[in-house]
Design a protein around this ligand. Structure first.
Ligand SMILES: C[S@@+](CC[C@H](N)C(=O)[O-])C[C@H]1O[C@@H](n2cnc3c(N)ncnc32)[C@H](O)[C@@H]1O
Length: 294
């Protein structure tokens, strides 16, 4: 939804934008092509993504400051007011396509799934070594929205000795359930383990609020999410930050003194067009929400 993002953020000469999830740099490139005098501060927690984006964005190297870190640390690095920010959440297709990263259930690879494999973050294999049955059931049930979560979690833990690769894990999941839609369950379990390993939902709400504090008045935020729980966090954060008082309705006078920070630009999320979903199947689940700083 690169055109929609560009239209909402509308970069102008001399402004500073943040790409909180650089990936291969597709959005940053579209901003800089539209406005070659823009400055971009680009974050990704995956060093490989940054290296690839640097090549794709070589023509604009002077405009971009690259930061290899989690976007939960935006305020540690950004020391100036910003005019626009994008969060294009989740995993990128290049990460999924590389079997060595362990995100894919289509090709064999190690049970890894860390977006940032340079810090002390647990891989899926390490997570499965320590997680309890109750925790794993909750991860698969909540993050994967998989109805056979309990059965799959039990089977994974019972077979974890010697469990090293993505295709081994896929076979365990498939053996846990009956019926024709096994591949959908496999996809849901892989998604759940990825979200848990990278703690993707834990940092989102705080990072969104931090980014609103960094925006100038009139500055805009756009969030692209691909999972219902992600979208719920974005929607709720925008709702709270778009309201003046958060006191319960029975209070006669406001005691919370909460002041609204944003005007919501998308009462309903924007969805990709049919042409886009035909070109890029991953975009099918995309939801775009945007807001403007007051
Ligand atoms: C959907 S892709 C972004 C694709 C990118 N917009 C493009 O045009 O190529 C998400 C990227 O964000 C990164 N990422 C996800 N969560 C992150 C986080 N909490 N902090 C920093 N980077 C993150 C991933 O490593 C991945 O490269």
């Amino acid at each position: 939804m690169s055109g929609e993002v560009l239209g909402i953020l509308d970069p102008k000469k001399g402004q500073t934008f943040v790409d909180a999830t650089l990936g291969l740099g597709g959005h940053t490139l579209s901003w800089l092509e539209a406005c070659p005098k823009l400055k971009v501060i680009a974050f990704d927690q995956d060093q490989n993504a940054i290296e690839m984006a640097k090549k794709n964005l070589q023509a604009f190297s002077k405009n971009i400051e690259y930061i290899h870190d989690n976007f939960s640390n935006l305020d540690k690095h950004i020391k100036e007011p910003i005019d626009g920010i994008l969060f294009d959440l989740g995993v990128s297709s290049y990460q999924i396509d590389d079997p060595e990263r362990g995100f894919s259930f289509g090709k064999d690879g190690p049970l890894d799934m860390r977006m940032n494999n340079s810090q002390g973050i647990q891989s899926v294999k390490e997570l499965l070594e320590t997680v309890s049955l109750a925790e794993l059931t909750s991860i698969i049930g909540n993050y994967g929205e998989e109805r056979f979560a309990g059965r799959i979690a039990r089977n994974i833990l019972e077979n974890k000795t010697g469990l090293e690769t993505t295709l081994q894990l896929r076979r365990i999941i498939e053996k846990s359930i009956h019926g024709f839609e096994k591949i959908k369950s496999v996809a849901r379990v892989f998604q759940a383990l990825r979200i848990a390993t990278n703690k993707e939902l834990d940092v989102l709400a705080t990072a969104l609020v931090t980014s609103l504090n960094l925006l100038v008045t009139g500055g805009r935020i756009v969030v692209l999410s691909y999972h219902s729980l992600e979208d719920r966090i974005v929607k709720n954060t925008f709702r709270v930050e778009g309201k003046d008082c958060l006191c319960p309705p029975k209070m006669l006078k406001c005691v919370c003194r909460h002041k609204k920070k944003i005007k919501i630009l998308t009462t309903k999320p924007m969805l990709p067009t049919k042409e886009e979903t035909e070109k890029n199947s991953r975009s099918r689940s995309a939801k775009l929400r945007a807001a403007e700083k007051l």
